[in-house]
Design a binder for this molecule. Structure first.
Ligand SMILES: [Zn+2]
Length: 214
């Protein structure tokens, strides 16, 4: 039977194209009456509906269907796995994006304040969310300049789990004389007493990185 099926399978494309001799055509006709597997192959090639057959032959029919079900199940799993991976990739890239894109926050005279809290100076943002700083000092003068920015994460996600304003600890007391933005706006300046305290701190910390001139 198996050898015959192979032969019939070879003939099926010709059968579908209607180029077989009458004798070969009869052979195929006879075979597909008896063989569910070849009939299925033919149906797949032509898209025709099955010829009614006896219950015994039906049993034989179910074998290729089971095989097909296995393939469909495998595809479902593969599709599910690919979908999950795609969703994770999108979430990851989205997270990278909202974390990486830094937007400048221009200082407008009141959106940031420089405050002494305990023994440290803090930068406090009065706008929405958290922020980042980029700061530099002129050698030994105690004068600092600063730029503010925030990511989309800082602006929109950070406030979800912080109910206070964002405050960054910046420098210790007496270690700074002036804070300006990169474009020259003065955020804070030491008064006479604070300047005196700064000079005293410099005198007693000659090797501090903020004092040393290299
Ligand atoms: Zn067959």
């Amino acid at each position: 039977m198996k050898i015959k099926c192979d032969v019939i399978n070879d003939l099926l494309p010709l059968y579908v194209d209607d180029v077989l001799s009458d004798a070969s055509r009869e052979l195929v006709d006879e075979h597909i009456q008896e063989c569910g597997s070849c009939r299925k192959t033919l149906e797949n090639m032509t898209g025709k509906v099955s010829i009614p057959v006896s219950p015994e032959l039906r049993k034989e029919d179910t074998k290729p269907i089971k095989g097909l079900k296995k393939i469909v199940t495998k595809w479902k799993w593969l599709t599910a796995v690919i979908t999950v991976l795609a969703v994770l990739a999108i979430l990851f890239l989205g997270f990278q994006y909202i974390n990486a894109k830094q937007i400048d926050i221009p200082y407008d005279g009141s959106n940031f304040t420089f405050e002494l809290r305990g023994n440290s100076y803090y930068l406090v943002y009065h706008g929405q969310g958290g922020f980042l700083i980029s700061a530099g000092a002129a050698d030994g003068s105690g004068e600092w300049n600063i730029e503010f920015s925030q990511t989309l994460f800082d602006k929109y996600i950070w406030p979800l789990y912080h109910d206070k304003e964002c405050a960054l600890r910046f420098l210790e007391k007496d270690t700074i004389t002036k804070l300006t933005t990169r474009d020259g706006k003065v955020i804070w300046e030491a008064n006479e007493e604070e300047l005196k305290a700064y000079k005293e701190w410099v005198a007693s910390h000659p090797d501090d990185w903020r004092v040393r001139k290299d």
